[in-house]
Design a protein around this ligand. Sequence first.
Ligand code: FPP
Length: 261
Amino acid sequence: MQRDIEKLKAYFQDAPADISLADVDLERLPRHVSLIMDGNGRWAQARGLDRSRGHVAGVDSLREAVTTSVRLGVDVLSAYAFSTENWKRPQREVNLLMHLFATTLVKELPLFHQENVRLRFLGDLEALPKETRDVFQRGLDETERYDGMTFALAVNYGSRAEIARAARLVAADVAAGTLSLDDVDADAISSRLYTAGLPDPDLLIRTSGELRLSNYLLWQLAYTEMYVTDTYWPDFDRWEYLRAVRAFQGRGRRYGGVVNS
Ligand code: FPP
């Protein structure tokens, strides 16, 4: 965990009435925060705009969430950008999103350099257009040496497909004799998921009020605290992030055991 306290205070100046930096305990922050960024389309429609404008506005919120995570000193931020089911959207919207991922990544690379952020992707990137895949690879190459925060973007991601893939990898290792059947445990699966090496999320934030997981990190979210806000993703800002952290810190995490006082 890295944190610049002066930058942190400056970043959280001009607090609204209901929340400020003083409301969270900086010693008990979630290590891994994960985001289901929902409500871009509704945000745009509510303003009489094309849905695509919601996605474009959503980029600004994601940039702010990355910066907020860095300022607070969160170790990992992950975000669900495109699911394996999102291919069913109109072709025009899919094309726009793919293009937006590529152009945004190029535009935001300086932020990753400046803030020592390492990029990762969760999902099957093979099916993405070449433009998007090439830019993603460039992002991976240019940030692989960074050891500050990890930003993991889920693109063409589906949790059931991820777990099935891990099962295939386990089966292949068992068949090859490099893994014994007795060693097939939770760690054997975890280490073959796209999130291998990352801690499980401590806090999942879902915007726009839906109460479901949408095939996102089903394995990894086993003991994660959830925070659902009615705010549409393009309106999600640093203060809403702090409210989520405050709610997280008000919970007693038990992991199936008893409450720690
Ligand atoms: C959900 O809103 C959002 C998405 C499917 C796309 C997420 C993409 C972004 C936030 C854009 C920026 C991301 C990157 C990585 C550049 P929705 O369209 O499902 O909204 P709705 O539920 O109101 O229809």
